[in-house]
Design a protein around this ligand. Structure first.
Ligand SMILES: Nc1nc2c(ncn2[C@@H]2O[C@H](COP(=O)(O)OP(=O)(O)O)[C@@H](O)[C@H]2O)c(=O)[nH]1
Ligand SMILES: [Mg+2]
Length: 278
């Protein structure tokens, strides 16, 4: 997206960037969803640096905002690795669960999907359609079944069938509804009667900007979020939200969604991302 390219060339060309140049940069950083804290830090670093080293000062500041936690999936040493996919409505949970399952399956892992979004019949159908297309089995329950019971059943099947991964799709929930957030805790506790949960991946839609950060904060307080899937970065010129979230919460982005098809999904590569911003 070349967020910094224009700015760097501007401060390189002049001995001193003017006050209005700095203001313009700050606005463009905020528009890119880097958030006020990181935007401020970048301005301070760029002002302190000589014009010819402004880009390395900016790169250094961007790098230091990133989490140092591992970005690969934590794998269970003993049995199936359980991945719970959570987030608000429409962020791309079901699509991302299917994409992740497909990616794991391509790496020769045996994968089971579970449709624990039982609020809407269409959500179960959607995951089943993906399952058929990808030739991955999908565990589901009766209409309006308790999501925890579907998750429990899925965990038992994962164990009995000795799969490598169980990827569980859940219903979208508003981060400000405490009963729905508590339900996620219940889903997790019930699964853990059968198998430990290695990963709770929060799906955040990059196009929602700072609201994505607000969602991530509340989810992280209610459930132990181990990583993020940042979706729709294809449709967003404001990809700075990735850095804002990592800086405020120290939760690593593990995967990014780059489109609607199953292969539009990749591990998050911070260096490539930073180069993209520059
Ligand atoms: N462009 C784009 N669209 C996506 C991406 N991920 C999901 N979507 C679309 O977003 C919409 C909602 O996705 P869905 O998985 O049903 O969201 P859920 O409600 O969180 O389960 C669908 O139309 C998806 O095709 C992505 O990375 N890029
Ligand atoms: Mg869904």
């Amino acid at each position: 997206m070349g967020l910094f390219g224009k700015f760097i060339s501007k401060i390189k060309g002049t001995a001193h960037a003017s006050a209005s140049d700095w203001d313009e940069l700050e606005v463009s950083l905020l528009e890119a969803d880097l958030g006020p804290r990181l935007a401020g830090e970048i301005i301070v670093a760029a002002k302190a640096a000589k014009a010819d080293s402004a880009d390395s000062a900016i790169i250094h500041t961007l790098r230091s905002a990133l989490s140092h936690k591992p970005r690969t999936l934590t794998k269970s040493e003993t049995g199936p690795t359980v991945v719970l996919v959570v987030g608000v409505n429409g962020t791309g949970k079901t699509t991302s669960a299917a994409k992740l399952a497909a990616a794991l399956s391509r790496q020769d892992s045996l994968v089971l999907l579970a449709a624990a979004d039982t609020f809407r019949a269409a959500a179960v159908d959607q995951l089943q359609t993906w399952g058929e297309r990808l030739e991955i089995d999908v565990v589901h329950g009766a209409p309006n079944a308790d999501p925890a019971s579907v998750a429990f059943d899925a965990a038992q099947q994962a164990l009995a069938r000795s799969v490598d991964y169980l990827v569980i799709d859940t219903a979208g929930r508003l981060h400000n509804k405490s009963d729905l957030m508590a339900e996620l805790g219940k889903v997790r506790r019930v699964i853990e009667k059968v198998l430990p949960v290695q990963e709770v991946l929060l799906v955040v839609d990059a196009t929602t900007g700072q609201n994505g950060l607000a969602q991530a904060k509340v989810f992280a307080e209610s459930v132990d979020v181990t990583g993020l899937i940042l979706t729709k970065i294809d449709g967003s010129a404001r990809g700075g939200i990735a850095l804002a979230i990592e800086q405020s919460l120290d939760i690593p982005i593990k995967f990014v969604g780059t489109g609607e098809s199953v292969t539009d999904f990749a591990p998050f590569e911070p260096e490539i991302y930073i180069q993209g911003l520059l």
